[in-house]
Design a protein around this ligand. Structure first.
Ligand SMILES: Cc1cc2nc3c(=O)[nH]c(=O)nc-3n(C[C@H](O)[C@H](O)[C@H](O)COP(=O)(O)OP(=O)(O)OC[C@H]3O[C@@H](n4cnc5c(N)ncnc54)[C@H](O)[C@@H]3O)c2cc1C
Length: 470
């Protein structure tokens, strides 16, 4: 039987958008399929997001968690990796448009797998981003590292006690797994790694505040584990403020509104935002053309076979897809991508596309680290915390890192940090710390120049990049 969307071209053309957990796993699962794959992503790397906070706090390097996608897939001859930001999807003509440095490309597909993930949401207050970077990309992590360590440097040079206090106050917004991990690691950085490294300030006196509008820490992990994580953080000196909604963020601090209606200003130089997610806008592009529902975070509701309504050849997987019971976690993306790839292979081999088994998510549990030697984990009905959970966390994250070299380098970095309190990645540059602001200014200048220059208008060109060898 012909696979839905098949054309007369030699090989079935599969286009995958995204090189995260979903995109990469879809491509790898199609390794032995007789298809032409084009994997298009806006970064050159596959990012292992769960360890981003360790890059931000100087434990590991960005290379360990972000290997180049084309190198990972170099031996997979049916797959071509293309750099570009997908700007449009045309479900009727079965093409996608992408942009690379001002050049637009159009790529046709027979089957499309969209795994474009989510970004940070500021709940309609996008101007917060300038002073409270999120934790979604390598740029975010390096920028945060620059800001955190830069704040200690400035405090060392400051003779004004108020300014020093502001520089040594670190606020993490959002008490989910990322917020908990960041708060714990900033506290340990100040308490152990930087202890004694300054002459004018005492890094151990740094104030780390973790705040959330919700009434609990780690709400998805349940009350018992949330309380355990909170107790451990408090032991590290982290101040936890719950029922505190951020109403404003600026260069010098944040304003929060408490449950009792009062407002408070917290003076702080470094803010980290880990409070909400917004799905890739490709979800809305797909929804507008297919009539699919999207939720408040912009995730697109998918059919039981992870496709979008009326388009059995278009799969949406991972964080940007909405299906009850499937969490926005790595396993949701990995299992969804593998399921889509299995269907494609089976139907190319003759399986009936109208008789697909629905996707079933297998819950392998979830975990979060709090500090060194301490994590919390939930596997089915079993909840546990402490050292055993931490060891399990270390082991699992090592397994899922891509590449032997990355695993080895990470293991050595962890030994240095967790056994010896040393961190090997404390390098910062001024450009990293303030790049976001400068890039935004540059983009405004470029937009003005392009507006004046008619010739800068690019026409969409056919994606004529060589067909991949079989
Ligand atoms: C800080 C942090 C910690 C986390 N910790 C854990 C954890 O401990 N355990 C866990 O299970 N999960 C964790 N997660 C969640 C997990 O990382 C995600 O669920 C997973 O990455 C989702 O995979 P995905 O493929 O859907 O999206 P992503 O991995 O986000 O990949 C999206 C891809 O799409 C690309 N892309 C986006 N838009 C476009 C576009 N327009 N054009 C081209 N390419 C595009 C991106 O460049 C990227 O390659 C964490 C996430 C974060 C941010």
């Amino acid at each position: 039987m012909t696979h839905p969307g098949a054309t007369l071209s030699d090989k079935h053309r599969v286009v995958i958008i995204g090189s995260g957990f979903g995109g990469l796993n879809a491509a790898q699962k199609l390794k032995r399929a007789d298809v032409d794959i084009k994997l298009i992503a806006k970064t050159t790397h596959h990012l292992f997001q769960p360890l981003l906070y360790q890059v931000a706090t100087g434990i590991i390097s960005e290379g360990e968690i972000a290997p180049p996608t084309r190198v990972i897939l170099r031996n997979q001859k049916n797959c071509q990796v293309l750099l570009g930001e997908v700007t449009d999807i045309d479900l009727t003509n079965r093409t996608i448009d992408s942009l690379l440095l001002g050049h637009s490309y159009r790529t046709p597909y027979d089957t499309l797998i969209v795994a474009a993930g989510v970004g940070q949401s500021y709940f309609g207050n996008d101007h917060f981003a300038e002073w409270a970077p999120g934790m979604k990309t390598i740029d975010d992590a390096l920028e945060l590292r620059g800001r955190i360590l830069g704040a200690f440097e400035q405090a060392e040079r400051s003779s004004d006690p108020e300014r020093r206090a502001k520089l040594l106050t670190f606020v993490v917004v959002g008490a989910g797994p990322t917020g908990v991990e960041m708060a714990g690691q900033i506290a340990e950085l100040a308490d152990y790694t930087l202890r004694g490294a300054f002459r004018h300030i005492d890094s151990t006196k740094a104030r780390v505040i973790l705040l959330d509008a919700a009434p609990a820490v780690l709400p998805p992990m349940g009350e018992k584990l949330g309380l355990k994580a909170a107790a451990r953080l408090e032991k590290l000196g982290v101040e936890i403020q719950l029922g505190a909604m951020v109403t404003d963020v600026d260069r010098n601090g944040i304003t929060v509104k408490r449950n009792d209606g009062s407002t408070e200003r917290i003076e702080c130089a470094t803010k980290v935002w880990s409070a909400g997610v917004a799905a890739s806008r490709l979800g809305k592009i797909l929804a507008d053309q297919s009539g699919a529902e999207i939720d408040r975070a912009g995730r697109i509701r998918v059919m039981p076979d992870l496709t979008i309504p009326g388009h059995p050849n278009v799969f949406a997987v991972g964080d940007m897809a909405l299906m009850d019971g499937v969490p926005g976690q790595a396993q949701g993306a990995i299992q969804g991508a593998r399921y889509a790839a299995r269907l494609i292979k089976a139907e190319l081999a003759g399986a009936d596309p109208t008789a697909r088994e629905p996707f079933h998510y297998f819950d392998k549990g979830s975990m979060a680290t709090v500090s060194r030697f301490s994590a919390v984990a939930k596997v089915g009905p079993v909840e546990f915390g402490g050292f055993i959970a931490w060891l399990a966390w270390l082991f699992l994250h090592l397994i899922y890192l891509v590449g032997f070299r990355a695993r080895l380098a990470t293991t050595l970095s962890w030994i240095g940090t967790f056994v010896g309190s040393k961190r090997g990645q404390l390098t910062i540059t001024e450009q990293q710390a303030y790049a976001r602001t400068r890039i935004e200014q540059l983009e405004e200048i470029v937009a003005e120049v392009e507006g004046e220059d008619d010739e800068a208008t690019e026409t969409v060109r056919a994606d004529d990049s060589a067909t991949v060898a079989s």
